[in-house]
Design a protein around this ligand. Sequence first.
Ligand code: ADP
Ligand code: TZD
Length: 577
Amino acid sequence: MTTVASMPATEAHVDEPTALTDGIHLVVDALKLNDVHTIYGVVGIPITDLARHAQASGIRYIGFRHESDAGHAAAAAGFLTQKAGICLTVSAPGFLNGLVALANATTNCFPMVQISGSSERHLVDLQRGDYEEMDQLPAAKMFAKAAYRVSRAEDIGRGIARAIRTAVSGRPGGVYLDIPAAVLGEVIDAERAARTQWRLVDPAPRQLPDIESVDRAIHLLAGAERPLVVLGKGAAYAQADQQIREFIETTGLPYLPMSMAKGLLPDDHPQSAATARSLALRKADVVMLVGARLNWLLGHGDAPQWNPDAKFIQIDIAATEMDSNQPIAAPLVGDIGSVVEALAKRSKPGQITVPAQWRQELSERSAQNVAKMEGRLQAALTAHPMKFLGALQAIRDVLADNPQVYVVNEGANALDLARNTIGMQVPRHRLDSGTWGVMGIGMGYAIAAAVETGEPVVAIEGDSAFGFSGMELEAVCRYNLPIVTVILNNSGVYRGDDHSTTSDPAPTALRARHEFMIKAFGGKGYQATTPEEVAAALREALASGRPALIDCVIDPSDGTESGNIAHLNPKGITAKH
Ligand code: ADP
Ligand code: TZD
């Protein structure tokens, strides 16, 4: 317990000064008590002293240029550590800037807590026009897993405990905690305050599945002719790496990793069906979803992309996820580690097998697809100007020698092509645009990955995508983080060769030499025009362990509008595509 002041007590106790504390100290005490090591934020009224005090008491404070980036960093920290990432924002506009990240974290099922200062309640509630006036709590509710407000300093410990518990337990998500300026400044008796704080016991309890549901799933899997496992980012989050790998390898089941589940098993694993994805979805008769929702990213489980007769087994911590898109023949509600353990324990040796014909079908299709792709990859290596696939092969080769590197990835083509080109060998080493396909996570995710793990990070960014968080290059340099930002710069959103019918540039047009940006902040900038230059710059940058940016000059005519989701554009009568 930290105390802020001593004050003479009442006349009856002149010899015993009462130790006092305040809201700011109580927030820091509660965070420390609950093992918070890092806060990501942007300071200002009323939270600057809170950040200062947190830093002075041993919590690392990482200061950003924009709250969205700080929030994305907190969310990524949550995904990587299974602990609630903490984002600190100022009232009204700062709060709103952070809210995008809070909503995105909730959508992705990442645990984070946005703690925001807010203006004086008695002014806000009468709409008297306070500095940064806004009624933040109801605004946050719509976008968060939960939203709470602390109205008395004595409730700070409770508020923080409740926020962290809610963020990490069950289906993880973003939680908002509103602390008005007056509460941060409230002075109370330190001894009394100490009794209002507690450390959470078992913040994210295991959730064991019902045995009957386990047996039902085993029965279905055992009877399958063309079984398939889909691993999602929930499986990566669960940190049940060993159980998942053992179950897949013992049963021999083919599996498809969703983008952030890549690396749970190494991408070159013989049971990976990634290179026969379309066939696997179209033909599988029993599909086991492990921490993956049947949302748009999986075509909602609909035919003809999927076998209309497929039976689904779904492992998820959220019972309400079952039947959200397709009937779930065998729901397995529980935490992935416990469920997979139960599946392994309850299935008899040899009970779940994979018919040779299905294995053969998948591997033949895989070989065909790899051969087809080979031609495209070869052609890209010598193309000038450089193609996405030229630069990406160079990055792939460097990363293959550095499997501990965290990969952050956003863009449209830059996302689709990097996801398919760059193999991951280690779990939880790929962070990307996620469930929303959001732009702007790049620098925040990269900073969190570097700060939380101490490992190098390579952020592979479309030039448009990078722009959303590009100013954080300054934070990358200020904290001297080992982050190499690689921009696949085709001078546009999707492509750079669109022409406008007016004197203004086309809506998709962009123009930048990003390597100059990082130089302004003291980092190393490279421009690369060939795959060889990309590889050389990346190797040098990674070896330096310092902030660097490589602007890869890509053919403006390379790229597809909207990447591989162009079909989601409304057609209408003026459709270009
Ligand atoms: P992807 O986009 O990779 O397919 P999703 O984000 O759609 O993955 O799905 C993740 C799912 O994982 C969510 O439905 C979430 O409830 C679930 N989940 C997250 N953590 C766990 C856990 N520890 N145990 C079980 N399910 C989890
Ligand atoms: N704003 C936000 C926050 N998220 C978005 N997804 C978009 C806008 C729309 N959008 C995409 O879906 S991808 C993209 C935008 C603006 C950028 C694509 O261009 P890029 O990548 O330069 O990043 P490629 O490689 O040139 O396709």
